[in-house]
Structure formats: structure tokens, C-alpha cells
Design a protein around this ligand. Structure first.
Ligand SMILES: NC(=O)c1ccc[n+]([C@@H]2O[C@H](COP(=O)([O-])OP(=O)(O)OC[C@H]3O[C@@H](n4cnc5c(N)ncnc54)[C@H](OP(=O)(O)O)[C@@H]3O)[C@@H](O)[C@H]2O)c1
Length: 294
């Protein structure tokens, strides 16, 4: 298997394996993204809320690669939801990244208590798509009900839904809803990062006996096995690291070919326990904070 590409609903091609920069401090972001581009990643996932779009853009410019060789994905934070505010959020992200076009712009969260604002924000994404300022639009952390409500009120089906998916939290209902609508599921915390960096008492996916046994059988690492699991099941995955050896390790997964039994054994590790915030409880009051101007 080579690193696959995924064809989005509007026929745009996206490298399935991207590079995440959540919690990558701005001072470390240029080096991390430079390293990722050097080892072969061609898809970077950032967000207005991560505070490092400027540094992602700098690394892209300094890479020597053409702008059209790198798929740039970023997210609109909830504080910028609303039609005009979201159009402005695009301008802000594009200015920080110093790009004319964003390949994939997604809403970072649904706002269930202000779904009217969520819809207005998505309508702004539709306008940006029609105007050619973004090449695809999508959502993140949308549960099946949120997707259904969005689809009922808008025109363009999201190309991508970026959600927490790793062996300990698989969200099969969300994956099924995405598939039903032709939406690519994109796994955040794909190697279970949130199970070890947020909850130190939790058993790490990296030490899981099922995953380590499969890794040993294939001569690969646990992280590589988890990334292969995503790619083989048709998902996009966006592992994060600031460590050069891990950045390279996570990209060296083209030869991971798991058996159906191995895929099923990893599926069976699902605990049903979410690591990230509960999407239904996302509110402006609890999570809103201003995104600095460019
Ligand atoms: N939409 C959302 O709400 C949302 C939420 C969370 C994340 N995301 C996106 O998803 C990306 C990835 O998620 P994540 O950062 O939460 O988790 P992750 O990629 O599953 O795990 C990252 C953690 O694993 C470590 N790591 C990376 N590769 C490793 C390896 N080969 N062996 C051992 N440890 C390794 C990293 O440490 P070092 O960096 O120290 O090497 C970091 O602590 C984010 O960067 C972001 O782009 C989106």
C-alpha cells in the first residue's frame, strides 16, 4: 500500500495521512512542519484556535514546495461563528497562513445551543467555496444529529468530518453516518494521544497488548499499526508530533497491511469513553475565546 489519497465529495484529492499541530507551541511549529514536509507529508492540519497558523504558513513557504503540492486544512473557532464573522475568520486564517486559497476549511465544533450560528457559519463556508477561496468545506466533532440538522438547512454536504477516533474510542455511529452521506471521516488523536497526554491514569494505546502484539508480528511500531488501521478502513488520519523520529515513524506506514482479524481485534478495543469534550456540551460561554486578528 502506498500512502493513499482520498477523493472528497467534490472530486478534490486529499492525502489521507496529514500532519497535526494541536498543542505544538508556535516556537516549535516551523521546525515540526519543516520536518514533516521533508519526510513526505503533503497535508497539514491546523486551526485558528491552535495559535500557530502563521508558523505553519512560514514552514510551507520555506519548504521550496509549490503551494499546490501541499494540502492545507484549518478550522474556524466557535467564537467566529455567524455569516460575516466566519467570512472574516477565513480572511484572518488566510492572512496568517499567507495563502490565497485554503484547501479545506472546517467548522471546529457544532454549537448545539446556538445551532443558528453554526448554520450561518457553514453558509459562509458555502460562499467561500462558491467564490473559489476554499477548495473544500467540512466540519469537526459533528455527531449524527448535528450532521442531520446541518444537511437539512444547507446545500453543500461537508467533504470531511474530523472526529476523535482511535482504538479506545471508535465512534462507529459517527463513522456510519459520515459514510451514509459520502463524508470522509478524519481521525483526530489517531494514535490515541488524548488517552495519554490528558489522562495520565489511562492505559496508553501505545502499550496496549493487542496493538503491541500486532506491531511485533509486522515489525512495525504501535503508532504505525494504528495509522495503518485508519488508512486501511478508508479514514484520513492526522498524527501530531514535535519529535523528528516520530514524525518520520508516523509517515512510514505505506507497507502496513493488517489482516481482517487484526483490524477486527483493534476495533474490539473500543471502550466507548470519549477523551475530548462532549460535543453536545460545547457552548460559547464555556469554550468561547477571541481569535487574534492577523
Ligand atoms: N478537531 C478537533 O477537535 C481536534 C482535537 C484534537 C486534535 N485534533 C487534530 O488531530 C491531531 C492529532 O491529535 P492529537 O495531537 O490529539 O493526538 P495524536 O496525534 O494521537 O498523539 C499525539 C501525541 O503522541 C505523541 N506521539 C506522536 N507520535 C508518536 C509515536 N510514533 N510514538 C509515541 N508517541 C508519539 C506526541 O508526542 P510528541 O509531540 O512529544 O512527539 C503527542 O503527545 C492534532 O494535532 C490536531 O491537528 C483535532
Amino acid at each position: 500500500m502506498t500512502i493513499p489519497t482520498l477523493t472528497l465529495s467534490n472530486d478534490l484529492t486529499m492525502p489521507a495521512l496529514g500532519f497535526g499541530v494541536f498543542q505544538t507551541p508556535p516556537a516549535e511549529t516551523v521546525a515540526a512542519v519543516r520536518c514533516a514536509l521533508q519526510v513526505g507529508y503533503r497535508h497539514i492540519d491546523t486551526a485558528a484556535a491552535y495559535g500557530n497558523e502563521r508558523e505553519v504558513g512560514q514552514a510551507i513557504r520555506e519548504s521550496g514546495l509549490g503551494r499546490d503540492e501541499i494540502f492545507v486544512e484549518t478550522k474556524v473557532w466557535i467564537s467566529d461563528y455567524g455569516y460575516e464573522s466566519t467570512l472574516h475568520a477565513f480572511d484572518t486564517s488566510a492572512a496568517k497562513l499567507r495563502v490565497d486559497t485554503i484547501d479545506l476549511l472546517i467548522l471546529h465544533q457544532a454549537l448545539p445551543s446556538r445551532f443558528d450560528l453554526t448554520i450561518e457559519a457553514y453558509r459562509a463556508l458555502e460562499t467561500l467555496l462558491a467564490d473559489g477561496k476554499v477548495r473544500a468545506i467540512g466540519v469537526s466533532n459533528f455527531m449524527p444529529d448535528h450532521l442531520a440538522d446541518l444537511l437539512a438547512a444547507t446545500t453543500v454536504v461537508p467533504a470531511v468530518n474530523q472526529v476523535e477516533v482511535h482504538p479506545y474510542f471508535r465512534q462507529p455511529g459517527v463513522l456510519a453516518a459520515d459514510a451514509e452521506h459520502g463524508i470522509v471521516s478524519q481521525a483526530w488523536s489517531p494514535i490515541g494521544g488524548i488517552t495519554f497526554y490528558r489522562d495520565s491514569g489511562h492505559t496508553s494505546t501505545l502499550q496496549d497488548p493487542t496493538i503491541t502484539a500486532i506491531a511485533a508480528a509486522h515489525g512495525k511500531t504501535p503508532a504505525q499499526v494504528m495509522l495503518g488501521w485508519h488508512l486501511q478502513q478508508g479514514r484520513s488520519a492526522i498524527p501530531k508530533s514535535v519529535t523528528p523520529a516520530r514524525i518520520a515513524e508516523n509517515f512510514d506506514v505505506a507497507d502496513v497491511q493488517l489482516t481482517a482479524d487484526e483490524l477486527a481485534a483493534i476495533d474490539a478495543l473500543d471502550t466507548g469513553h470519549r477523551g475530548g469534550p462532549e460535543p453536545e456540551a460545547m457552548t460559547l460561554e464555556a469554550f468561547g475565546r477571541p481569535i487574534p486578528e492577523a
